[in-house]
Design a protein. Structure first.
Length: 151
């Protein structure tokens, strides 16, 4: 997915997240990439029910060329909306610092997940705590960059 110039993007309704996104976007990724010392990216998904482009800021990790996300929702009993959107529409758009690119999302398999979870918990140790707060299996998402497409 590559957002079209004429297509409006709706930012997270959560106040501090919306502020973080504005800072990130307005600075071209120079400010906001590190948030309280944690690496963050901007994820744009297509709404599963509305088709609206939705953008949020998330902590990420790296596994080679792949970007990793944890759909923890702070250990809540439900998956976050961004996760449900990318499951329905796996082609997403990322901004990582100043770099912007299309990617395809998929959920890590049971075999892939343990080492990737350890990697993400080393980035943000509270993920392990979040896992104890919920009965749901917290998904780990792998984002793989799509080739640049030029007309």
């Amino acid at each position: 997915m590559t957002p079209h110039d004429d297509e409006e993007v709706t930012d997270s309704p959560t106040g501090w997240v919306a502020h973080h996104i504005r800072t990130y976007v307005e600075s071209g990724g120079e400010k906001g990439h590190l948030y309280q010392g944690l690496p963050t990216l901007l994820l744009t998904t297509r709404g599963r029910r509305t088709g609206t482009l939705r953008r949020t800021a998330l902590i990420y990790g790296r596994d080679g060329d792949r970007h990793l996300l944890v759909a923890s929702n702070g250990g809540a009993p439900r998956h976050p909306a961004w996760y449900l959107n990318l499951v329905a529409h796996p082609d997403v758009f990322l901004q990582v610092g100043p770099e912007k690119f299309a990617a395809r999302a998929r959920v890590a398999t049971a075999e892939e997940k343990p080492p990737l979870w350890r990697l993400m918990a080393s980035v943000f140790p509270r993920y392990d705590d979040y896992r104890t707060r919920t009965d749901r299996d917290i998904p780990l998402v792998i984002l793989e960059r799509l080739p640049d497409r030029h007309p």
